[in-house]
Write a protein that binds this ligand. Structure first.
Ligand SMILES: *Cc1c(COP(=O)(O)O)cnc(C)c1O
Length: 356
């Protein structure tokens, strides 16, 4: 137990950490609990891994992550000065919290959202105020037009999958020019419209994306932020004040390969979207309801069977989905989109459980 009885413990920074989804390792499991991509990374990544120049592991990596930064800048039509790369978007977001959220006024984010945000706010002692989503799990624009010390939310939101249009984002960014607004676009590649074009107009907007979901590279840990060069420069100052060499050599080399193979990237996304749309129909037939999802997961509740029961029954069959024992969403399951075969096994298992 963590009791602060010993003198030294009084001065320990005590935090409640983020709880990631389980990473079970069972032979025939179906893993639909952490929004990973069911398809392998681009073939070019595999090739590059086979011929990886081992000798470069002797050397420190480029602290500026130049090759990957340039490849991303090229891909998105930006200058390298507009791109910051980090160890997954979790690292990028944590650095952004530390860099940009230093006001005494509270930062704002939704009550139902990525559950890392309140962890970072607590860790860095940033005051925050939760803004409740409406009945349909949508973000209420007016909530973000009050005085604040910064704003962050994912678009599409997680774990709801609900997306907002670029005009909606622009209204919030425009009304908050004296703070930094961070839009976490972890799932934007799955059919949503990115607000990236807005960074040319608004220097207070930071757009964060990741290789973990759409690029099937959760294991490499690559995330990035795009924004005005002043934002990026401030992020780099903080990064270089903690650890200069955040990105390891293999991640840099393999990340560049992944960006090169754009046709494969687009094909994989189309497959995930097609399976998602088919899954929406199936889940409805099984008695589930959900808001329309623009991500690689569906956040669903069942008309008669409690989510917790379904979660546990599925787990017994080695089918893993995500359950959050949290107010407002304790009767929902977040189901990542797997391959068609995996989803079929899920639907079979669900129809079996629901019959009993
Ligand atoms: C998955 C996720 C991230 C973090 O992804 P990384 O693997 O750290 O890049 C960030 N934000 C949201 C909303 C996510 O779902």
């Amino acid at each position: 137990m963590r009791s602060a009885k010993n003198g030294w413990e009084e001065n320990v920074r005590k935090v409640t950490p983020y709880t990631p989804g389980e990473q079970p390792d069972r032979p025939h499991m179906i893993k639909l609990n952490t929004n990973e991509n069911p398809y392998p990374p681009a073939p070019a990544v595999k090739e590059a891994m086979k011929s990886f120049p081992m000798d470069i592991l002797r050397l420190y990596p480029d602290p500026a992550v130049g090759r990957l930064t340039c490849a991303l800048a090229d891909y998105y039509g930006l200058k390298p000065e507009n791109v910051f790369v980090g160890v997954g978007s979790d690292d990028v977001l944590a650095t952004a919290f530390l860099t940009f959220f230093n006001s005494k006024k509270p930062i704002l984010f939704p009550d139902i959202t990525y559950s890392f945000y309140d962890v970072w706010a607590n860790l860095y002692q940033i005051p925050y105020k939760l803004q409740p989503l409406d009945e349909d799990f949508a973000i209420v624009k007016e909530d973000y037009l009050q005085e604040n010390g910064g704003i962050i939310f994912p678009n599409p939101n997680a774990p709801t999958g609900v997306i907002q249009k670029i005009e909606f984002i622009e209204d919030i960014v425009k009304a908050n020019r004296n703070v930094v607004v961070i839009i976490d676009e972890a799932y934007i590649d799955f059919g949503g419209e990115s607000c990236l074009p807005l960074i040319e107009k608004y220097e207070n907007l930071l757009v964060v994306q990741t290789f973990s979901k759409s690029r099937s590279l959760a294991g490499l840990r690559i995330g990035f932020a795009m924004g005005h060069e002043k934002l990026i420069s401030y992020l780099n100052d903080v990064k270089y004040s903690i650890n200069s060499y955040t990105m390891n050599q293999p991640s840099i080399v393999l990340g560049v390969e992944s960006i090169k193979e754009d046709a494969y990237f687009k094909e994989t996304i189309e497959k995930v979207i097609a399976t998602r749309e088919r899954s929406k129909k199936k889940l409805k037939e099984l008695g589930f309801s959900f808001q329309d999802s623009y991500s690689n997961f569906i956040f669903a509740t069942h008309e008669s069977c409690p989510a917790k029961e379904l979660f546990e029954a599925l787990k017994k069959q080695d089918i893993y989905v995500r359950y959050f024992n949290k107010e407002r969403i304790s009767d929902y399951l977040r189901i990542s989109i797997g391959t068609d075969e995996e989803m079929d096994r899920l639907f079979e298992a669900l129809s079996c459980i629901l019959k009993h």
